[in-house]
Structures are given as structure tokens and as C-alpha cells.
Design a protein around this ligand. Structure first.
Ligand SMILES: [Zn+2]
Length: 123
């Protein structure tokens, strides 16, 4: 473990720089300063996310979400196109609406089982 317990130095742009061994070893950027335009890469990476949909959760959003931590965004189901509100940090794994998710999981299970059965038969 590196001994980097020096108090962070505040920089002009609101981030905190952690120094150790005389040089900057880490820069901690405050989470709250991320602007909407900074999500350009996010939209590019996750094409199922509706562009410009990242926002602070509204009362309506909180009603449909079971858990909410931070910002939310709208996705379009990759199977049927239904819109769904999810947490931004779940975008990497949530690509379908609940109905299609269940269906896809069922089909994946079926495919897995078929493969297994085939393997057993050919063995
Ligand atoms: Zn769907």
C-alpha cells in the first residue's frame, strides 16, 4: 500500500489532487460537476441509451425505479424498442425492457440446456 495520506490539494477546476512522493499520483474529480455534454462518450458507448436522456431523477422516475443512486437515463429496449428508465450506472448491463429481459433469459437458458444435452449425446 502506498503511503498517500496527504490531504488533497484543491485545484482551480474543483478537483482534488492527491500528491505522494513529490508528484501527483491521483486526481479525484468531484462527481457532481459532470455536465450533460460530458455524456457524449456515454451515449456513443451505449447506443441503446436515448441521447440527451441523462438527468437528475424526477418524481416520476423514482416511482418506477426500485433503487436510485444518482442520475438516471432512458433506454430503448434492444428487442422491442420500449422506453425504460434506469440508473445511469446500470446502462452497461441493462439493454432490454423487463418483459424482453425475462424472455431473453429464458431463451438463453434453453440454448444452454440444448448445448449441454447435445454434448452429453455426443460424448
Ligand atoms: Zn422489450
Amino acid at each position: 500500500m502506498p503511503r498517500v495520506k496527504k490531504a488533497g490539494l484543491k485545484t482551480g477546476n474543483g478537483s482534488t489532487v492527491v500528491e505522494g512522493m513529490g508528484k501527483v499520483v491521483a486526481e479525484i474529480k468531484p462527481k457532481t460537476t459532470k455536465k450533460a455534454k460530458d455524456y457524449a462518450d456515454f451515449y456513443k458507448k451505449y447506443s441503446h441509451v436515448v441521447k440527451g436522456s441523462v438527468r437528475e431523477p424526477t418524481k416520476e422516475d423514482l416511482k418506477v425505479l426500485t433503487k436510485c443512486h444518482g442520475r438516471v437515463c432512458t433506454i430503448k429496449c434492444t428487442d422491442c424498442g420500449t422506453e425504460r428508465v434506469i440508473n445511469v450506472q446500470d446502462a452497461f448491463q441493462v439493454t432490454r425492457c423487463p418483459a424482453c429481459k425475462v424472455k431473453a433469459a429464458k431463451e438463453a437458458r434453453k440454448a444452454r440446456r440444448a448445448k449441454k444435452t447435445k454434448a452429453r449425446k455426443t460424448a
